[in-house]
Write a new protein. Structure first.
Length: 106
């Protein structure tokens, strides 16, 4: 895991980042920094901790407003790409059978 130094609201942080996740982490940092800056610049809240909590709540609310993507995960690949010859549900059943008494994948 890589260590990446970032700045949020003028404060430096060293964050762990999985290989290849730098772009996604940079986008997340930018979103948090922007949200916290917006709250701070509104002038009503000054404590960094309260700004962080409000920013986290705002971002979580925005995520909750998005339509669920669960249906796409459970859709067989053939329905998404007719040329695909893979049935996700069949693969899950095969993995479940291989796991046996250890438990089910899903």
């Amino acid at each position: 895991m890589k260590q990446i130094e970032v700045s949020i609201l003028g404060q430096s942080y060293v964050l762990g980042c999985p290989e290849g996740g730098e772009t996604l982490l940079a986008a997340a940092v930018a979103a948090v920094d922007q949200e916290m800056g917006t709250i701070r610049n509104a002038g009503k809240v000054r404590a960094r901790e309260r700004i962080a909590v409000l920013a986290a709540l705002n971002l979580a609310y925005q995520l909750a407003e998005r339509p669920p993507r669960e249906a796409a995960v459970r859709t067989p690949a053939k329905a998404v790409d007719p040329a695909a010859d893979v049935d996700i549900d069949a693969l899950i059943r095969r993995v479940d059978a291989a796991l046996g008494s250890d438990g089910h994948l899903l």
